[in-house]
Design a protein around this ligand. Sequence first.
Ligand code: SF4
Length: 281
Amino acid sequence: MPQYSWLEAIEVTDEMLQQTDTRLPVIWISALDCTGCKEAFTRSFEPSTLDTMLNFISLEYSELLSAAGGYQVEEHKETILEKYKGQYVLAVEGGIPGSDEFLMIAGKSVREEIIHAAKHAKAVIAFGSCSAWGGISAAGLNPTHSADIRSIVPEDVPVALVPGCPPIPEVIIGTLLHVHFHGELPELDKKLRPKKFYQTTVHLTCHRKPFFDQKLFAESYDDEGARKGYCLFKLGCKGPTAFNSCEALGLDRCISAGFTCIGCSEKGFWDKGSFTGKKKK
Ligand code: SF4
């Protein structure tokens, strides 16, 4: 059962949802990414991405999602940055490469483009563990010297981190809608994450926790315990140390599908062997 609804999480009332006269301009720039966060953005059910885009958010630029491409869309981005100075949200996906040579968009350095767009943003939101923490591109030897978004955003621009690989679609949309309805980022925790969505571990809100409390564990993915929905702790579940709201929002994510939480919202999860599914003795 969900612990709270997305409406409660972003303090939006039904009456507020009737106000559809303005939309929040959003510029979405991708750095070293896999496009998974954008895909997640398109897959929110409640609130639906379609409703959100038709009524509350105007996605003005995305290399992947914009209908136009090339010169036209680059020119449009510049127009929006100028026209909505101080009013648009800059969404950034992907690790930030350590030098200009690693990623160019439309012949321009993505680092420079993000710095340029961040200067007059109302807020910058890092979607995904790559832009929030460095992510996969910063894992291991980090050949591209990738870093997180805070390495390049000016200090006077408000920044929120929405980690996850990918982040929860409803959390992506919910964070944007909070800015739209309240004119500012939601309350953030010490790590700059929206507090409401990252306030507890997956474990504390997990629907399998009653089995954990009774010490009833699956020992393999196809044993009797797994079939009965027992706790996945012994299969390497990272839920006890992962702060995210998959279970709190009652969403069908990894644990509901019968797989362990891999702690994808935590810093350095790629380097922590989260995908090895190591069994706990
Ligand atoms: Fe905790 Fe994971 Fe077990 Fe859920 S499945 S109760 S998150 S250890």
